[in-house]
Design a protein around this ligand. Structure first.
Ligand code: SF4
Length: 363
């Protein structure tokens, strides 16, 4: 049985031509899969019954199995998926106010928007100190079909249509260590979600940034920084040894930003580690030469997975944010959605019951 999910339109047309020879049939099948969220050929009611049955004999639409759904009172819902080889990944449905809360204006309500946070790998080898996924160790790259499948399965479950959601690659894994499949997934989602509404978040994989920079239609770029000097950043994000700040920022300077767009720098704030006013000044000085904004993420604590790491107090977070803003850099504080369901930033682990963490870890 061949999976149609993840194939390009041309490859779908080639694959189905023996059972659906008219050229428009492949387009119909694709429309059912991507726009109408079909999970089965039997749902494709504008195809002749015999054709639907013939398709079902040879092909599948490989949506991932939903193992569990964990909703929270803030509207966020975490989906745990099982893939065809048994690997498990998580993706998150997030509803948020259109006006992002900022440190100056923390709770302004507005119209809601939907964001889907997708995983790109089952596990992650990058091993950022503050991230539960990183504590699980390396997994495998997801295929383009497995990435797109998370989106379509959630769209089907939550009944939203094309152009109604943003997509962020901030789930499990480092997207730019799986750049070929992420790019293929972006191409498949192109009709569904414009690149302006997609954000790829990277720990700073320079070759991946360069690969994305070469695309004619680029997503927004978010870079996880969390340290504004090499010594601090290497302690928190070992990938900084491979791509130190000078090399990373040289690549970011070459990133072709469209007018009005900015690079987002994510900064996980950890008490006593990177949360001083001096660190804030260093951060602002580092990112200010680029069109940039800073997204501060107070650590999502986990006694079990991130022992010894503490979230700074709100007063420290606000003072840090104010210092960055006073230095001329737009700044927001992410009040993480989904904390009740362990669905917030850095908490995804692809399993219902936590397994034993790798061991104590401190920066
Ligand atoms: S923050 Fe991202 S890159 Fe770092 S360990 Fe977690 S999933 Fe991997």
């Amino acid at each position: 049985m061949r999976d149609l999910l993840g194939l390009s339109p041309l490859d779908v047309a080639r694959a189905v031509r023996d059972v659906a020879p008219e050229p428009f049939r492949a387009a119909q099948v694709l429309k059912w899969i991507y726009e109408r969220r079909a999970a089965d050929f039997a749902e494709m009611t504008n195809l002749p019954k015999a054709m639907r049955e013939a398709l079902a004999k040879d092909f599948v639409i490989g949506l991932p199995n939903v193992v569990s759904r964990t909703p929270t009172s803030d509207g966020t819902e975490k989906f745990l998926f099982e893939l065809s080889d048994g690997a498990r990944v998580e993706a998150v449905y997030i509803v948020e106010s259109k006006k992002a809360p900022s440190w100056t204006d923390p709770e302004t309500p507005g119209a809601s928007r939907v964001t889907i946070c997708l995983s790109s790998q089952a596990g992650c080898a990058v091993d950022c100190v503050f991230c539960v996924t990183g504590r699980m160790g390396a997994g495998r790259n997801l295929t383009a079909g497995e990435i797109v499948g998370q989106y379509l399965a959630i769209a089907r479950a939550k009944s939203f249509g094309p152009h109604e959601a943003n997509v962020v690659f901030m789930g499990m894994g480092e997207p730019l260590l799986n750049v070929a499949n992420v790019v293929r997934a972006l191409d498949l989602l192109d009709e569904e979600v414009s690149p302006k509404r997609v954000t790829v978040s990277t720990a700073g994989v320079v070759p991946g940034i360069e690969a994305l920079a070469g695309r004619p239609r680029r997503p927004n770029l978010a870079v996880s920084l969390s340290g504004a000097d090499d010594a601090t950043r290497t302690k928190l994000m070992p990938i900084n040894r491979t791509y130190p700040l000078a090399e990373l920022f040289a690549a970011l300077k070459r990133w072709p930003l469209e007018r009005g767009r900015r690079i987002t720098f994510e900064y996980v704030l950890i008490a006593g580690v990177n949360d001083t006013l001096a660190a804030a000044a260093k951060l602002a000085a580092l990112v200010r030469p680029l069109p940039s904004k800073v997204n501060l993420i107070p650590l999502n604590e986990s006694k079990e997975w991130l022992p010894g790491l503490k979230r700074p107090s709100d007063a420290v977070v606000n003072a840090f944010a104010k210092a960055v803003a006073d230095d001329g850099v737009p700044v927001t504080v992410r009040r993480s959605k989904g904390l009740q369901a362990d669905a917030a930033c850095g908490q995804l682990k692809g399993r219902e019951e936590p397994a034993r963490p790798k061991g104590p870890r401190a920066p």
